[in-house]
Design a protein. Structure first.
Length: 203
């Protein structure tokens, strides 16, 4: 009677197709990571940044204290939603990034301010406050060091435009200087401070 050995040995296992799978190599793992990073980078460059969201650096102190950009402080970096305004118009109180108006001579190509007046409204400044028609705005975000807003003449906002102002009312080149801006020049809505990390919060 023939005996069957339990320890058939490597040759028998290979013949039966029972070879153990080789562990994945470090080189293969690193290659997968690189490919994944390239895909994420391409998605960011070609989809996220042009159409969805974009980081923006605060270039000046015009939005203090809401956004830091003052001399001697670490400038805030915000994330800008570029999608919302494809489906709706800007709302009062929202902080927006927009292309520099042609009649303003500053170094920055893009500015950041707060939407104050909407199409068809008349905006003015008197008695330390901003008024929409005959109604004063409640503006808790205005820099308290400015003691309110200085007087400025009434401006009626045309269709397709909005009136924007900086929160630092005593140090802001805004709608009082360049007038209402076209909605088509708005890049998007700033909705999150992402840097520095101790300033991380929603706007």
């Amino acid at each position: 009677m023939a005996h069957v050995r339990d320890d058939a040995g490597p040759a028998a296992g290979e013949a039966a197709g029972l070879r153990e799978p080789a562990p994945p190599s470090l080189r293969g793992f690193l290659a997968s990571v690189v490919v994944l990073m390239l895909l994420v980078g391409a998605f960011s460059v070609f989809v996220i940044r042009p159409f969805l969201a974009e980081p923006f650096y605060i270039p000046s102190a015009s939005m203090e204290p809401t956004l830091h950009g003052c001399d001697g402080c670490v400038p805030d970096r915000v994330l800008v939603d570029k999608l919302s305004y494809r489906f709706r118009s800007p709302a009062r109180g929202e902080v927006v990034v927009f292309d520099r108006p042609a009649n303003l001579s500053v170094a920055e190509d893009r500015l950041i301010k707060r939407v104050i007046g909407l199409p068809g409204e008349t905006v003015s400044g008197h008695d330390g406050a901003v008024w929409i028609g005959d109604r004063p705005l409640d503006e808790p975000y205005v820099n308290p060091a400015c003691n309110g807003t200085a007087d400025f003449g009434a401006v009626t906002v045309p269709a397709g435009r909005v009136f924007v102002m900086g929160d630092n009312r005593c140090n802001s080149l805004d709608g009082r200087v360049f007038g209402p801006i076209k909605e088509s020049t708005i890049v998007g809505r700033a909705f999150l401070i992402v840097w520095p990390l101790d300033r991380l919060h929603w706007l």
